[in-house]
Design a protein around this ligand. Sequence first.
Ligand code: MN3
Length: 200
Amino acid sequence: MAFSVPPLSYAFDALEPHIDAQTMEIHHDKHHQAYVDKANAALEGTALADAAVEDILRDLSQVPEDKRKAVKNNAGGHHNHTLFWESMSPNGGGEPTGELAEAINAKFGSFADLQAKIKETGVNQFGSGWSWLVTGPDGLAVVGTANQDSPLSSGQVPLVGVDVWEHAYYLKYQNRRPDYIDAWWNVVDWDVVAQRLAAA
Ligand code: MN3
């Protein structure tokens, strides 16, 4: 089954003032749709046309070589953005609790230390990409990925990530990527992140 852009579970303006409605609408309806359309076009007629996006991204070597770059970029873009929308909520913000909080404290020292690391990774991502909290063979980690590369392709499970492509923030924040990341914490749904860790 071809990929499709999942509908948001909240309105475009629900994350105001932290993420503006126009950015959300263009980002979701135009940018994400473009990744989906291009991923579907690249996979059409291949043995992976009906595969789950996670299974494709976990092993890109199974993608025919002439399609691999398009699939890496666009299936990656589809999966990254799906995670992104689901990780945010108008009722988000605050701090992780329970096992997620314990795991963060054990690995990074504190939630504030984790926030600093994600921000540093996002601010220092040259060009376009993402800053992620992942879990993998060595437990929790903060990693940056370029473009639409997925942590799944490096054997890690993305738990939450902040999109630091300019299209994610430029209308409201212009060049102020650090301010956008600071604001983004106010909409992160830590319950969803905790569920991802429990399922990983
Ligand atoms: Mn984006």
